[in-house]
Design a protein around this ligand. Structure first.
Ligand SMILES: NC(=O)c1ccc[n+]([C@@H]2O[C@H](COP(=O)([O-])OP(=O)(O)OC[C@H]3O[C@@H](n4cnc5c(N)ncnc54)[C@H](OP(=O)(O)O)[C@@H]3O)[C@@H](O)[C@H]2O)c1
Length: 435
C-alpha cells in the first residue's frame, strides 16, 4: 500500500457528518492528499462551498433536479470542478483510475452501488457506510479479494477492533483473504467486544418511548452524527447493524461478538484473547480519529482530536445490553447468524421506519414493530447476485412502507422478538442456511 506518495481521495457523501469530518482531517495534511471528488445527494449549497475550498476535479450531485442550477453557479464562481449527476456520477468517482482512496460515507442502502464500484475497481475503501456490508456481505467480501482492493473500517467500533488486532499485517491479511471463525482462532482471539453507549434512552421508562420526538432521538449523548444513524443509536439498531458488519469484516460467527454497553463512549471496542488479555482502543468520541487512522494506515497522522484528559475522566462503566428495551439487538443477532436475506430485510425496513419517524408519520416505538412485521412477511432466501439483493431490498421497503401507512400512529407493540425468532428459525430451516 502506498504511504509516501500523494493519495488521491474521493468522498462519497462529503456533505454529511463523516464526509465533513474527512474533509477536516484532509485539510490538516494538504501535502499528503489531494481531493479527487466530492458528492452530495441534495445539499447543493454545501457542495459548492466544499468545491470552492478544496477544488476537486469532480463533484457529483445525486439529485438531478438541482444540477443545472449548480452547474451555473460553478461557472459563475470560475470553478474548474466538473459536475456529474446521479448514480452514474457516483460510480465514476468511486472507480476512476485517478482515485487511490474512496471514503464510503453515503448513508444507508443508497451507498451500496458506489461503494461496490470502488471495491470492484480495486480501491482502498474506507468504509463508513455499514449498510452496504450489512446488505451485501458475501458479495462485498468476495469483491475485496480483487487485486488492489483494501477494506479499512471507519465505523469507530470496527476501527477500534482492527487497531486491537495482534499485528497490522496479519489483520490486514485477515480482512482481505480469510473466512470463517478459524481466522480469529489463528490470531488467538476469543471474543470481539463491541461497545455501545446505549444511546439517549438507555434509562427512559419504556412507557415513554411512544412520546419520543425526532429531535430527542437525534440528540445522542456523546456523538454528533447524521440523523439516520442517531435514530439507529437511539433504538440500538445501530449496534445490531454493527454486529452484522463485524461478522463480515472480521470473518467471524455472531457468537464470537459480544455487545457491551459502555455509556461514556471512551472505549470504542475491545478484543479479548485466549490468554485472558483484553485490548481496548480509547479516545474521544470523535470520528476524526478513525478517519485519520484509515487514511494514514499503516502509518499514523494527526487528526486534530485532543488528548484524553485522564484526571477529568469520571469513571468507565459497563452493562449488559437490555434486549427487552431494545428488541432490535436480538433481531440483528438472529440476522447476523442466519444471514441470507435477513440482514437485507432488516436494514431496508429499518431505513423506511426511521425515515417515517423522522417525518413524524410514525412513533418512535413503532420502529421495531414495523421492522419485525416486515421480517416476518418476507420468506428467507439466499441471494447470490447484486440484482437479487436489490430485489429483496425493494420488496422489504415496499412492505415496510405499507405497514407504516396502514397502521400510522396506531401501531401497537404486539409482536415480540421471541416469537419472531421462532418464525425466522422455522423459515431458515427450510433452506440451506449458510453460516
Ligand atoms: N456520523 C457518524 O459519526 C458515523 C459514525 C460511524 C459510521 N457512520 C456511517 O457513515 C454513513 C454516513 O453517516 P453520516 O452520519 O455521515 O450521514 P449524514 O450526515 O446523513 O450524511 C450522509 C451523506 O450521504 C449523502 N446522501 C444521502 N442520501 C443519499 C442518496 N440517496 N444518494 C447519494 N448520497 C446520499 C448526503 O448528501 P446530502 O447532504 O445532500 O443529504 C450526505 O453527504 C452511515 O452509513 C453511518 O452509519 C457514521
Amino acid at each position: 500500500m502506498e504511504t509516501d506518495s500523494v493519495q488521491s481521495v474521493a468522498i462519497l457523501g462529503s456533505t454529511g457528518s463523516v464526509g465533513q469530518n474527512t474533509l477536516a482531517v484532509l485539510a490538516l495534511h494538504p501535502e499528503r492528499y489531494e481531493l479527487f471528488a466530492l458528492s452530495a445527494n441534495t445539499s447543493a449549497d454545501l457542495l459548492l462551498e466544499q468545491c470552492k475550498q478544496f477544488h476537486p476535479r469532480y463533484a457529483v450531485l445525486k439529485d438531478a433536479s438541482k444540477a443545472v442550477g449548480l452547474a451555473a453557479r460553478f461557472k459563475e464562481q470560475g470553478l474548474k470542478t466538473e459536475l456529474l449527476v446521479g448514480e452514474d456520477g457516483l460510480s465514476v468517482i468511486a472507480s476512476d483510475d485517478g482515485v487511490d482512496t474512496v471514503m464510503a460515507a453515503i448513508v444507508g442502502g443508497a451507498g451500496l452501488s458506489s461503494t461496490m464500484a470502488a471495491v470492484n475497481a480495486g480501491k482502498k475503501v474506507l468504509l463508513a457506510n455499514k449498510e452496504s456490508l450489512v446488505m451485501a456481505g458475501q458479495l462485498f467480501m468476495t469483491a475485496v479479494e480483487r487485486p488492489g482492493a483494501v477494506l479499512l473500517p471507519i465505523d469507530s467500533e470496527h476501527n477500534a477492533i482492527f487497531q486491537c488486532m495482534p499485528d497490522r499485517t496479519i489483520s490486514e491479511d485477515l480482512l482481505k483473504t480469510e473466512s470463517g471463525v478459524a481466522s480469529l482462532d489463528k490470531l488467538g482471539i476469543k471474543k470481539i467486544l463491541l461497545t455501545g453507549s446505549g444511546g439517549p434512552f438507555r434509562q427512559l421508562p419504556l412507557l415513554e418511548f411512544s412520546l419520543v420526538t425526532p429531535s430527542q432521538a437525534c440528540a445522542h449523548p456523546n456523538w454528533s452524527m447524521g440523523k439516520k444513524i442517531s435514530v439507529d443509536s437511539a433504538t440500538m439498531m445501530n449496534k445490531g447493524l454493527e454486529l452484522i458488519e463485524a461478522c463480515w469484516m472480521f470473518s467471524c460467527a455472531a457468537d464470537r461478538v459480544d455487545i457491551v454497553v459502555h455509556p461514556q463512549s471512551v472505549i470504542h471496542s475491545m478484543v479479548e484473547y485466549v490468554d485472558g488479555s483484553v485490548l481496548a482502543q480509547l479516545g474521544h468520541p470523535d470520528m476524526r480519529t478513525p478517519i485519520a487512522h484509515g487514511l494514514a494506515f499503516p502509518s499514523r497522522m494527526a487528526s486534530g482530536v485532543e488528548s484524553l484528559s485522564w484526571s477529568k475522566m469520571t469513571g468507565l462503566t459497563f452493562e449488559e445490553p437490555d434486549t427487552q428495551r431494545f428488541p432490535m439487538l436480538a433481531l440483528a443477532r438472529i440476522a447476523a447468524t442466519e444471514r441470507g436475506s435477513l440482514p437485507i430485510v432488516l436494514n431496508a425496513a429499518n431505513e423506511v421506519a426511521v425515515d417515517e419517524f423522522l417525518h413524524e408519520r410514525i412513533k418512535f416505538s413503532d420502529i421495531p414493530v414495523i421492522i419485525e412485521r416486515t421480517v416476518e412477511k418476507i420468506p428467507f432466501e439466499e441471494p447470490t447476485s447484486f440484482e437479487e439483493i436489490q430485489q429483496i431490498d425493494l420488496r422489504a421497503r415496499q412492505l415496510a412502507l405499507a405497514s407504516c401507512t396502514n397502521n400510522g400512529h396506531s401501531v401497537s407493540l404486539g409482536t415480540r422478538v421471541a416469537k419472531l425468532h421462532g418464525a425466522v428459525t422455522l423459515n431458515a430451516t427450510k433452506h440451506e442456511v449458510k453460516h
